[in-house]
Design a protein around this ligand. Structure first.
Ligand SMILES: Cc1cc2nc3c(=O)[nH]c(=O)nc-3n(C[C@H](O)[C@H](O)[C@H](O)COP(=O)(O)OP(=O)(O)OC[C@H]3O[C@@H](n4cnc5c(N)ncnc54)[C@H](O)[C@@H]3O)c2cc1C
Length: 313
């Protein structure tokens, strides 16, 4: 462990271990294992609570000391810098993924994978969530990012979101209170954690819903470089424009630094073609931003979240 974690004495870590089942607190966890980009340095402490009560206990415990905390889902919108993450990373995933379906209403915990939830909805003949089947994130990450594809967006199906503050207290926010906008929710500003949601879908025909999922996934596979590690679209859609064509027309397809390359298939993807570091990816991002600004006068804003720190010099 590096600087900052001097606070984490063996006694302190034991207190954290007492909040979750055995084996759910790990030290120096390689974040490449928890990001779809497959890169990034280690997290000092990595915790996987398996219920809201455990998460609340973890948060209450962490609140006693000024230790930085990062919540992650499936790490599909993340770049972790090569020096890793000082403090504690809490992952909501396995165990934090219960789903109940009543009529056309789904109640689900944040750790469930969007793809699994989408197929569950289809199995129950519920339409309206097909768009999410190919997005490789968790429900929690999607609720925060207002993830969307092919004309669908989380804000179209969310009824409410249970949000836990850093003190471990839960508040239910209505759809309106989430203040959804393009790839944005109020949780970007509040530090709250999305722990679960109620989703309103509509009755449909199972075969049609499954066919629609397969068609959207096939469209995605033909247009996106899914055979390489990435974090999906790197840049947000600039107002009145599209990021991919702007980057492509700037001649940047195939532009490469180290193991990070602008995809030749979809220019808004940067792919890890082998051994990429976060520094490689960030250098490519900067080059794309500078080139597109110089050629088109458009400032490209990243959609991906960059966390952690650079390695010590
Ligand atoms: C191949 C590929 C295709 C993609 N296609 C799409 C697409 O079509 N549409 C789209 O919108 N996105 C797409 N993405 C991006 C990504 O899947 C979404 O942004 C997704 O919603 C992120 O979810 P996650 O669980 O992986 O979040 P993470 O990457 O783990 O986290 C993303 C951010 O949300 C925060 N966060 C995560 N979980 C929580 C929580 N429970 N409470 C509070 N904060 C939280 C994190 O701190 C971080 O800031 C794609 C990514 C890849 C790799």
């Amino acid at each position: 462990m590096k600087k900052n974690s001097g606070l984490m004495t063996p006694e302190y870590l034991q207190g954290l271990r007492d909040c979750v089942p055995a084996g759910q607190v790990r030290l120096n966890e390689d974040m490449a294992l928890h990001t779809t980009f497959r890169l990034g340095g280690p997290a000092d402490v990595f915790v996987c609570p398996t219920s809201a009560d455990e998460l609340s206990a973890v948060l209450k415990y962490l609140a006693k000391q000024p230790i930085p905390l990062l919540i992650i889902g499936r790490g599909s919108n993340l770049i972790v810098r090569d020096g890793g993450i000082r403090g504690v990373v809490v992952k909501l995933g396995e165990g934090f993924d219960h789903v109940t379906i009543e009529g056309t209403y789904i109640t689900a915990e944040a750790g469930v994978a969007l793809a699994a939830l989408s197929w569950k909805a289809a199995e129950a003949s519920l339409a309206g969530f097909e768009f999410a089947a190919g997005i490789p994130g968790s429900l929690g990450g999607a609720l925060v990012m207002n993830a969307g594809a092919y004309g669908g967006e989380m804000c179209q199906v969310v009824d409410w979101v249970d949000c836990m503050d850093r003190g471990g207290n839960v508040r239910r926010r209505s759809n309106a209170e989430m203040e959804y906008a393009y790839r944005h929710s109020i949780l970007h500003d509040t530090d709250e954690i999305a722990i679960g949601a109620g989703l309103n879908l509509r009755a449909g025909v199972r075969e049609d819903i499954e066919a629609q999922i397969k068609e959207l996934n096939a469209r995605r596979a033909s247009k996106q470089p899914l055979n390489w590690p990435s974090a999906g679209s790197v840049f947000k859609r600039p107002p009145g424009n599209y990021a991919g064509p702007l980057i492509e027309s700037a001649g940047l397809k195939g532009f490469r630094i180290g193991g990070a390359m602008v995809s030749k298939l979809h220019a808004n993807f940067i792919v890890n073609v082998g051994g990429a570091t976060a520094a490689d990816v960030l250098a490519v991002i900067e080059h794309v931003q500078q080139t597109v600004l110089a050629q088109h006068g458009i400032k490209m804003e990243p959609e991906v979240r960059v966390v952690g720190e650079d390695p010590a010099p």
